[in-house]
Design a protein around this ligand. Structure first.
Ligand code: ZN
Length: 338
């Protein structure tokens, strides 16, 4: 590191220390996406309430929806809001699925403390080249970089892939060495969105709910053996919480056969070298369920605060639950930042 980065002046942190503590403590840092104020408040207040370190993520869809400049200043507002509450908690502002060097560079220049360069759709050598270029630039400012090897199926904003390709353990050592990345997103059967798997890929449990094929822990173990102690990231790790699917359907929605990753499998992954777990769809479901309920129960209401407020409360309680019971990150904030 040669220069003091903007993110440090703002009061953000990169992911290095968080991942170190998560690796030793056998838990994972939650990464939550945001694109509006209510989500941001729920994420921040949920993580403060459960004393959980966290990563705040901005995707390309969020940048288009809310404007990159506004999101960055909202994140700075969140830093000040946390300080005002008198807790030492800090967080990383992370670019989710950066697709070019230029985008990563512009995020670093405007104050992001961590970026993902997703070159997984490129041929291997091109992925290495792009990722390495971002790492060289980012590390000048002590900004941490997440790379990706293997392809996840599903839809998340602009990330669309029909078919997943599992990460090949034989490639990880070479990739990490050549690129210098700080963490690596891998593909072991997670998938973006709320419809992660087709019914034909799943089995039905006694309640008729679809259960997906289990995560490929054998591949994860192989990867851990090749790069011991290296932080691994799981994308597409929402569980599609049944309570919220039911709430949506009860109040006029129509989500059939939505299916996610069972929380027990994520809990198991969090105790391994998996140090970061991305959760977005579950938050969307929680907010949508709460909004549908508010509309159905109060048809005369027209003040957005009367439905966005309950949506925010529901998201906050989801986040506290994830931090405590799935990621295991709750209670580790003071240990990292005090
Ligand atoms: Zn992703």
């Amino acid at each position: 590191m040669s220069e003091k980065a903007l993110y440090q002046e703002i009061g953000l942190v990169n992911t290095r220390k968080m991942f170190e503590v998560a690796m030793k403590g056998k838990f994972a840092i939650p990464a939550y996406n945001f694109n509006n104020m209510e989500q941001l408040q729920a994420i921040v207040n949920g993580c403060v309430a459960s004393d959980s370190p966290f990563i705040l993520q901005v995707s390309s869809g969020a940048r288009k929806y809310a404007d990159q400049t506004l999101l960055r200043w909202m994140a700075q507002g969140a830093v000040e809001m946390i300080k005002a509450q008198g807790t030492p908690l800090k967080f990383a502002l992370h670019l989710d699925h950066g697709d070019t060097f230029e985008l990563c560079k512009s995020c670093i220049e405007t104050g992001f403390s961590s970026v993902m360069i997703d070159g997984s759709h490129h041929p291997y050598d091109k992925n290495v080249e792009e990722t390495r270029k971002v790492v060289e630039y980012a590390h000048k400012y002590d900004v941490t970089v997440e790379g990706e090897l293997g392809v996840l199926a599903g839809i998340e904003d602009d990330v669309v892939a029909a078919k997943s390709i599992y990460t090949q353990p034989d490639q990880v050592v070479d990739f990490v060495k050549k690129t210098g990345v700080d963490s690596l997103a891998i593909s072991i059967g997670t998938s973006h969105g709320a419809y992660k798997f087709k019914a034909a890929q799943c089995t039905r449990n006694a309640q008729g709910i679809l259960e997906p094929p289990p995560l490929r822990f054998d591949i994860l173990e192989e990867i851990e053996k090749r790069i011991p102690g290296f932080p691994i990231v799981l994308h597409g790790a929402s569980s599609v919480v049944q309570k919220y699917v039911d709430m949506i359907n009860k109040f006029g929605g129509k989500m059939e056969d939505a299916v996610g990753i069972p929380e027990a499998q994520l809990r198991k992954a969090a105790t391994s070298a998996v140090c970061k777990i991305n959760i977005d769809s579950d938050g969307r479901l929680a907010m949508t369920g709460a909004i549908r309920k508010a509309f159905a129960e109060n048809p005369k209401e027209f003040d957005p605060r009367k439905y966005l407020g309950p949506a925010r409360d529901e998201l906050k309680s989801l986040i506290i639950d994830k931090n405590k019971n799935v990621l295991g990150s709750a209670g580790h904030g003071k240990e990292i930042f005090a």
